[in-house]
Design a protein around this ligand. Structure first.
Ligand code: 2HA
Ligand code: ZN
Length: 269
């Protein structure tokens, strides 16, 4: 069977980036079993031949109406599929979907009829919101980073920007490469429309948001950059834990040092 990626190097490059990141998520221990999901808006790579491809699934409801997604195409990790498998075989553990003209349903078009991620309402609602704002962001990543999730089991880190400021203060790179910080979303049922709505709201102010006691959701121009933002935050969490394990509370960079960073790197906060 011919893959949709065949003779489409630009599209294949984006999907291969997803596979590379899926491998990192597994190696980091952030992707147990089927944990986590990735979706990429690939509409810009779609040609007439793809537009004419016959559906290979029934029409399925998204659960929400998303007007900016009309005629859009997404690569989605498959529900119940493993990141470690996707890393080697992205088109056997994910699929390409087409959003239909009612903006409330989709069909799978390639390569195999693999149902998309259980967090599809959150992912697609976020893509709809990004398009409504003309954002250049095309990738959304949900994963289970151990140390960041552990922090959400402590109430003080759930207060606005307490975790952000602590993580920024552990090493200068974190503020430079995750300049909008870590948003916090109180616990909500996985896959729910409530979780999707809260995620969109929090993403107005942050590129990475934490689902309390569950995982992070990050957006960026491509999947590699979304991963990098999560990675620098979790690195800071690891430094914090290392210091605590050495028996002391880390001092952290001072507010002056962090302000100096913001000026030097022209950061938004
Ligand atoms: O896709 O992580 O939150 C598996 C999950 C759901
Ligand atoms: Zn999850």
């Amino acid at each position: 069977m011919k893959s949709i990626l065949e003779n489409r190097p630009a599209l294949a490059k984006e999907v291969n980036k997803v596979a590379e990141v899926a491998g990192y998520l597994w190696q980091k221990g952030w992707a147990e079993r089927n944990g986590g999901n990735i979706t990429i808006n690939i509409t810009e790579f779609v040609d007439d031949e793809i537009r004419e491809m016959e559906p290979i699934s029934d029409v399925k409801a998204i659960g929400v109406t998303l007007p900016y997604l009309k005629g859009g195409y997404f690569y989605c990790k498959g529900t119940n599929k493993r990141m470690r498998d996707l890393a080697r075989r992205p088109m056997e553990n994910g699929s390409v979907i087409r959003i239909l003209d009612d903006c409330a349903s989709y069909v799978i078009i390639a390569d195999e009829p693999i149902a998309p991620t259980s967090e599809l309402p959150s992912h697609l609602s976020v893509h709809n919101d990004l398009l409504s704002k003309n954002s250049p962001y095309k990738a959304s990543v949900h994963t289970h980073p151990i140390e960041l999730i552990a922090m959400t089991h402590c109430r003080k880190f759930l207060e606005k920007d307490v975790a952000t400021n602590l993580l920024w203060s552990m090493i200068p790179e974190t503020k430079a490469f995750c300049p909008r910080g870590l948003g916090i979303i109180p616990y909500k049922l996985p896959s729910s429309v409530e979780l999707a709505e809260a995620t969109i709201k929090e993403l107005q102010d942050y590129d990475v948001v934490m689902w309390e006691k569950h995982g992070v959701f990050a957006v960026d121009c491509d999947v590699m950059q979304a991963f990098d933002q999560i990675d620098v935050l979790n690195k800071s969490a690891l430094i914090y834990i290392a210091a605590k394990n050495m028996g002391f509370e880390p001092d952290g960079m001072s507010q002056e040092q962090m302000k100096e960073m913001s000026v030097a790197f022209k950061l938004p906060k």
